[in-house]
Write a protein that binds this ligand. Sequence first.
Ligand code: SF4
Length: 279
Amino acid sequence: MTETTTRSRKSFEPLSLSSPPLKKISLRRGIIYGPVPSRRLGQSLGINLLPTDDKLCSFNCLYCQYGWTKNVAFAPVERLKNLPSVDAVAAALENALTVLGHDHKTIDGITICGNGEPTLYPALAEVIVAANKLRDRYQPQARVAILSNSSTVGSPAVRAALELLDLKIMKFDAGSEAMFRQLNHPAAPVYMGEIIAGLKQLKDCYLQSCFVQGRVTNADPDSVAMWVEKVREIHPLAVHIYSLDRAPADKRIERVSLTTLQWIANEVRWRGGVRAEVF
Ligand code: SF4
């Protein structure tokens, strides 16, 4: 999964020739990164549980800021091969929190995100327990969060791990299986019905939904109506609505305007009965 960093509201003005170019981003090079200014999470320290040389993901989203997925998995990988141990993650996090303490800096969050889909990490619950303890000791005001693509939320073990977090921010971009496959290109055994069933069982989750146009669009009235219906069914605490901020894997995909994002937010508020925020 990928985080959206702070940017000027001007970036969401209706598209014109003067729209700023989309930035490119590199893979995270270590376990801990930041703090990064996050549009949704404030100053947030990132945890990358995944490989540093290639994205590991169950999706191949057209808009992914890390390019196309070559390293595919659709369930938590069995071994920690090429992945940091829980002890290594805890040590790296403690080191980063100690440095912040020495510098008298406070953060708003610790976010598990990184180079792909973090719930593919096989010892997610142990990492979250360790992160919660370190948060309590060093930065008790910070919320421990995850940005997930929701692909594994059908698994009871994954849901149990997610419930240990303060914030579960789960991807949900499409209102039909066809749009899900066109936009997110899930690994074959991942289906939208299972994702919706899993999200409905999560307590107090947030949805994050990226809208794009171009070769594929999920921002037209029919696609939005189907998406609103599913969001209403899931009934999250709120939906975070946004568009491209970084260069997408598919160069024929474009950012949608702020006006369109605000219209989508109003649709989900009034037709879906769910809080929505545009980022
Ligand atoms: S879920 Fe999509 S956007 Fe997130 S890392 Fe995977 S391919 Fe990229």
